[in-house]
Design a protein around this ligand. Structure first.
Ligand code: AMP
Ligand code: MG
Length: 401
């Protein structure tokens, strides 16, 4: 069926929606945190190595520091001293000598190689070297891994578990990271029952709060509060008034066109500026974005898959921008499509699927209420309006796990 011009006219494109949101939000002021709290935050400035790695020439083995060209099989050397790790005894190795050395210990002056203890025979104050030894063998040279002044990571980069110890190796006790994004969640709907409650006929358990809490945590925001609210103007007004004090407020449900969808009207009554309502995205059309005081309000459709897709496409990049991230997009991967797909709707369709061994296969029911289907998926494929894709084609998918 061709798209009806009326419904298309009342939606804005996904690209415009994203642009509007990203123009509205700004990076928050950065703050200093201890490096242990910096995990998964974004660096708010460039970081450079204050120390080379390694910081001094040291031994890669427990063994003997020697002069390489002084060693051949059966060569006997006098053990002139012992160099443990942790204290530089400023020893020197001359021809005919070796210094007992341990992993991580500074190389004595004169020595240019370490011979493993397994490759020598010790006899009192002497060793017999049983192998040929090459210059620099088992020596970790100063700066071979990282040079002093070298950039270790850039502003806006996420501080991952492998970057954090690098900061520690440089002696940084604190790091300047992004500002904290605090988010309040209101899940609306008369049908919602809290987890643990008895389920009365006609009710459903609230699954969106758990979804939104997980997604917020995943992108590094702090869940400041989460509450349920009935589809009743008074309760909604009170709930919004008391929570729209953080950086962002996410309201789930109640943003569509039914008589019980009161979110937009309530926001307007409270003086909010509504920047976006209805986007050409499937699922997720009723998505709403506005500002109430200094708080950015995201109204997500109540259907779980719609809430999921609109969170990833609109809320996630906004949070990442507020956190000062340089990359706001989900990772994209090439994948081989396993089936034919055609999008005849007037909205870009985000197909949920499983990405495995380089293939992308749509999974579960592709309807906005189909939470089980969503739970089996690990990637999204955006199919443009009017686009027709063939099985075997390479497509670019978004992955979130
Ligand atoms: P709404 O956007 O309020 O019109 O709701 C659309 C659909 O999503 C309805 O079937 C609701 O029951 C469902 N829904 C709304 N909120 C939630 C929620 N928190 N958890 C699970 N489903 C919900
Ligand atoms: Mg509702």
């Amino acid at each position: 069926m061709p798209p009806s011009p009326r419904s298309r006219a009342s939606m804005i494109s996904e690209e415009n929606a994203r642009t509007k949101i990203l123009e509205a939000v700004r990076p928050l002021p950065p703050r200093k945190v201890s490096i242990l709290q910096a995990l998964d935050h974004f660096a708010a400035e460039d970081y450079f190595a204050r120390l080379p790695l390694p910081n001094f020439d040291n031994s890669a083995m427990d063994g003997y520091a020697v002069l390489a060209n002084d060693c051949k099989p059966d060569r006997r050397l006098r053990v002139a001293g012992e160099q443990p790790a942790g204290l530089d005894r400023r020893l020197r190795v001359s021809n005919g000598e070796a210094v007992r050395i341990f992993t991580g210990a500074p190389m004595p002056a004169g020595a240019d190689a370490v011979v493993m203890q397994e490759d020598v025979t010790r006899d009192g104050d002497e060793i017999t070297v049983n192998v040929d030894v090459e210059v620099d063998e088992f020596v970790r040279k100063r700066g071979c891994d990282l040079g002093e002044g070298q950039k270790i990571f850039g502003k806006g980069e996420r501080i991952r578990a492998t970057k954090l110890p690098l900061l520690a190796s440089q002696g940084f006790a604190e790091v300047l990271v992004d500002g904290e994004v605090r988010a309040a969640i209101i899940s609306t709907g008369d049908e919602l029952a809290k987890l643990g409650e008895k389920l009365e006929p006609g009710k459903i358990y609230d699954s969106n709060t758990a979804l939104l809490q997980s997604l917020l945590k995943r992108c590094g925001a702090v869940v400041a509060s989460a509450e349920n609210c009935r589809d009743d103007a008074d309760s909604l007004r009170k709930a919004i008034q008391s929570t729209a004090k953080k950086e962002i407020l996410i309201v789930s449900g109640g943003v569509s066109v039914g008589e019980h969808d009161l979110v937009q009207k309530t926001l307007r009554d409270l003086g909010a500026k509504i920047d976006i309502w209805r986007v050409a995205i499937k699922p997720g059309k009723p998505f709403l974005f506005g500002q109430l005081g200094g708080c950015f309000v995201f109204g997500l459709p109540g259907n779980p898959v719609s809430a999921f897709v609109t969170f990833l496409q609109f809320v996630r990049p906004a949070i990442l921008k507020m956190m000062g991230a340089s990359d706001l997009d989900l990772p994209r991967m090439p994948a081989k499509l396993t089936v034919d797909l055609i999008n005849q709707s007037e909205r870009a369709h985000y197909v949920r699927g499983e990405f495995e061994n380089g293939n992308f296969a749509p999974v579960g029911r592709q309807e906005s209420h189909a939470l089980f289907g969503l739970s089996q998926s690990n990637a999204l494929l955006r199919v443009e309006t009017g686009e027709s894709l063939k099985a075997g084609e390479t497509v670019h998918i978004q992955v979130w796990e």
